[in-house]
Design a protein around this ligand. Structure first.
Ligand code: ADP
Ligand code: MN
Ligand code: MN
Ligand code: MN
Ligand code: MN
Length: 381
């Protein structure tokens, strides 16, 4: 006899009061989810730099949610379990051996969900537990020895980005056209000068609520382009916080219908590119007479320009042209207050005779762990 599929309505029975499940269900009706279980968003970098695919701009961050029944209420990454994901779906593994491991390395409060919920930046490991080739954090961690620690390096990362409408046109630009030429937009105010402030503000607030060391935001030279700064922070902290901040930008973009891209030159022609100036100091640079250490570091950096340039972001040659506040990609030049240099010494630093330097070369899509590693390796080791 053939099996007959059938269905019938299930009428909800009144809860038997007093049972554990009844009490739990009654609570569900009145309290927020985060009081019942903890949602941990496991975040990782897929090793790509934000690729336009079939006309749409996809970004470089991935994440998935783990529900933890008994909330872990400290922010110790080691207290959270490892997890795994399908690396064949993120370009990080072959289908036949597809599992990659996620290891929590940095835990912060989730500013969107609230309560006990957390965001967790993760290291990606291969199935043997070794760092995955896309895991640039492990490469940075490996060079941090006592010499580096003694110099307590600090970084300030100026993350520029460009807002796009879904489909790829710069956000706020006239349909199929261009706004007025550059000039009134940098740090501008008013509806004709600034596009997308709601997202930039929401993102800054989310970073603050997540406990990130964000030091400011500003509208950039090209309308629809913005910047936020992370720092001053230590080496690993800089990378982790930039990654979480990038994830938050994409996540909030879902609410606003705004795509954020880190492409180095999203608009060809007479429009500024998108960079990630990296400000850098060591203990010696910050002490009285630190200018000597700043100059010594620049002297060393001048000898390894190609090594930095090849790892400072794909497509950076379109941005580093010698125009639009950049030095051309094949030249290494430094100067005080010179925004056409590779390395700038800010005027207040020159006046104080101590402080930090600004590496203006990295593109916005650079891997922050990699910039930090190269600066440490080529000035301190
Ligand atoms: P710009 O004038 O280039 O736009 P910003 O104000 O955007 O400069 O960025 C400067 C960055 O430098 C900030 O992120 C700030 O936290 C960082 N910074 C300040 N002092 C130091 C320091 N001693 N070492 C490293 N970074 C620093
Ligand atoms: Mn699945
Ligand atoms: Mn800046
Ligand atoms: Mn800027
Ligand atoms: Mn700058």
């Amino acid at each position: 006899m053939a099996t007959v599929l059938s269905s019938k309505a299930c009428v909800a029975q009144p809860l038997k009061t007093g049972t554990a499940s009844a009490r739990r269900q009654a609570r569900v009706a009145v309290v927020s989810v985060s009081a019942l279980a903890q949602r941990a968003e496991y975040i990782w970098h897929d090793g790509q730099e934000g690729q336009p695919i079939k006309g749409a701009v996809f970004n470089e961050m991935r994440s998935k949610t783990k529900v933890i029944q008994k909330p872990i209420t400290n922010f110790d990454a080691a207290a959270f379990p490892d997890w795994s994901f399908d690396g064949s779906s993120t370009g990080q593994a072959e289908g036949k051996s597809s599992d990659c491991i996620l290891r929590p390395v940095c835990v912060v409060p989730d500013p969107i969900r609230g309560g006990d919920d957390v965001l967790i930046m993760c290291d990606v490991l291969d199935p043997t537990g070794a760092p995955h080739p896309t895991n640039t954090r492990a490469k940075l961690e490996a060079i941090i020895n006592d010499t580096v620690k003694a110099e307590a390096p600090l970084f300030g990362f100026e993350q520029e980005y460009t807002m796009l409408s879904k489909g790829g046109h710069v956000y706020g630009w006239p349909a199929g056209g261009f706004p007025a030429p550059q000039g009134p937009f940098y740090c501008g105010v008013g509806p004709e000068s600034v596009y997308g402030r709601d997202l930039a503000e929401a993102h800054m607030d989310a970073c603050i609520k997540a406990g990130l060391i964000i030091s400011g935001i500003n509208a950039e030279v090209m309308p629809g382009q913005w910047e936020f700064q992370i720092g001053p922070t230590g080496p690993l902290e800089t990378g982790d916080q930039v990654m979480i901040a990038r994830w938050l930008l994409h996540r909030l973009g879902e609410e606003f219908g705004i795509v954020s891209t880190f492409a180095p030159k999203p608009m060809k022609g007479d429009w500024n590119g998108t960079g990630a100036h990296t400000n850098y100091s060591t203990k010696s640079m910050r002490e009285d007479g630190g200018m000597k250490a700043i100059e010594a570091a620049i002297e060393r950096l001048s000898k390894c320009h190609p090594e930095h340039i090849t790892q400072y972001g794909t497509g950076n040659e379109e941005r580093l042209t010698g125009k639009h506040e950049t030095c051309d990609i094949n030249t290494f030049r430094y100067g005080v207050a010179d925004r056409g240099s590779s390395i700038r010494i800010p005027l207040p630093v020159q006046l104080a005779g101590k402080g930090y330097l600004e590496d203006r070369r990295p593109a916005a899509n650079v891997d922050p762990y990699t910039v930090v590693r190269l600066l440490i390796k080529n000035t301190l080791l």
